[in-house]
Design a protein around this ligand. Structure first.
Ligand code: LRH
Ligand code: MN
Ligand code: MN
Length: 387
């Protein structure tokens, strides 16, 4: 049996990065709903992210998306974040909202357009130098809609060349993480559709090039924990973009659609040495809160990850291995499920209180007056940029 006391120090290793765009207004292509209190500036998004960290102790960094979070002085932005009690995390590049990239960016047949996209990544690396960010995250909206439209092989070659040029610009402390997605916005073929392609591309670059696994970017029924196990085995799981999906790239609250899947993923992360001080796999959220309040949405999200991490840490691995090796199928499954079915909420509340955090972060946030204050003060909040 593994008890909560056995895992409590491991829980302190958990860090979850939140996305700046989760605090902006977002929606679907049908409607973006405005919400009172939405940040009007990058600084206000950072202040909201800092609030999530104050109440949960789980979210010490906020990721930025460039140009959505463009400012004149990134060193000043870093100081602002640090004054608020958090750091600036992953820098996400954006080559999906410029007309020039309609037929591709890093894969485009026109060298001038490829260079424009590479230059954008160089600018992102300059931002990283000023913010102290470790990771450059690249998600590419590139592909084609019709068979025959593009030379899918030639695009892989150009992608490899462009990525190598970007990778060369990174310092030894910086990393490139390449995110895959099986479809959208292209519908016939996508240039980085799966972990195999992402792995192939980053393996050719070097040790500081890794894969980002966004949980919403797989076909229904995909065994994501198997991908986690394989990438960790290969030393190439750089980061997660956590969220939930029912149908497509829904970007819902992580753990909302299928907490058991989240548990299984986290079990493999721990098993594979990707958790906390064991490894370098970054936990990030990539979510949008279209109809719920954004800060509570983020609080719920980091708590969901913490709760499933605790349950995954509770798996009695010695007993599990013994049952597996004896071929005791049902016992092995029972040991696994026992941990999943353990309600850790009371233990987690006590664990937080021991560390000077509110036992119930959601309640504490709602009682703090922060939401009322931002709703009264901020008029005319902006769209996340992503809708
Ligand atoms: C693409 C994606 C990628 C983007 C983010 C806004 O679907 O997951 O990570 O940067 O959404
Ligand atoms: Mn993502
Ligand atoms: Mn996505």
């Amino acid at each position: 049996m593994t008890n909560f006391a056995d895992i409590s120090s491991r829980l302190a290793e958990q860090e979850i990065e939140v996305p700046s765009w989760a605090y902006g207004n977002s929606g679907t292509r049908f409607k973006v709903f405005g919400s009172p209190g939405t940040p009007r500036t990058v600084e206000e998004k950072i202040a909201d992210a800092a609030a999530v960290h104050r109440f949960t102790g789980l979210a010490p960094r906020v990721a930025l998306h460039i140009p959505w979070d463009e400012v004149d002085d990134y060193a000043a932005l870093r100081r602002y974040a640090e004054d608020q009690g958090i750091g600036l995390g992953t820098i996400n590049s954006n080559t999906f909202q410029d007309d020039d990239y309609k037929l591709g960016a890093l894969t485009h047949t026109d060298a001038k357009i490829r260079q424009k996209a590479i230059d954008h990544h160089f600018a992102c690396i300059d931002v990283m130098d000023a913010t102290g960010s470790r990771d450059l995250k690249i998600w590419l909206a590139e592909g084609s809609n019709y068979p025959g439209q593009a030379d899918i092989r030639g695009r892989q070659d150009r992608l490899a060349e462009s990525l190598a040029t970007i990778y060369e610009r990174l310092s030894d402390e910086q990393r490139l993480v390449l995110e895959y997605k099986f479809f959208e916005p292209a519908f016939y073929h996508t240039d980085v559709p799966d972990w195999g392609t992402a792995y192939t591309q980053v393996a050719a670059l070097g040790d500081n090039a890794l894969v980002c696994l966004d949980t919403g970017h797989h076909a229904p029924g995909t065994n994501i924990e198997f991908i986690v196990a394989q990438l960790l085995r290969l030393g190439k799981l750089g980061s997660f973009d956590f969220n939930s999906r029912f149908y497509a790239d829904d970007d819902l609250i992580v753990g909302a659609a299928d907490p058991y899947q989240l548990f299984r993923i986290l079990f493999e992360v721990i098993r594979g040495g990707g958790y906390g001080t064991d490894g370098d796999t970054a936990f990030m959220l990539d979510q949008c809160h279209n109809i719920e309040k954004k800060i509570p949405g983020q609080i719920r999200s980091v708590l969901n990850v913490q709760e499933m991490t605790a349950r995954a840490l509770l798996v009695d691995t010695a007993a599990l291995t013994a049952a597996q090796e004896e071929g005791d199928v049902l016992l092995a499954n029972e040991i696994f499920m026992d941990a999943f079915y353990t309600d850790v909420r009371t233990d987690l509340a006590a664990w937080r209180e021991e560390r000077g955090l509110p036992g119930n972060p959601m309640q504490a946030y709602l009682a703090s007056g922060y939401q009322e204050q931002i709703e009264a003060e901020r008029v005319g909040g902006t769209q996340a940029g992503w809708s």
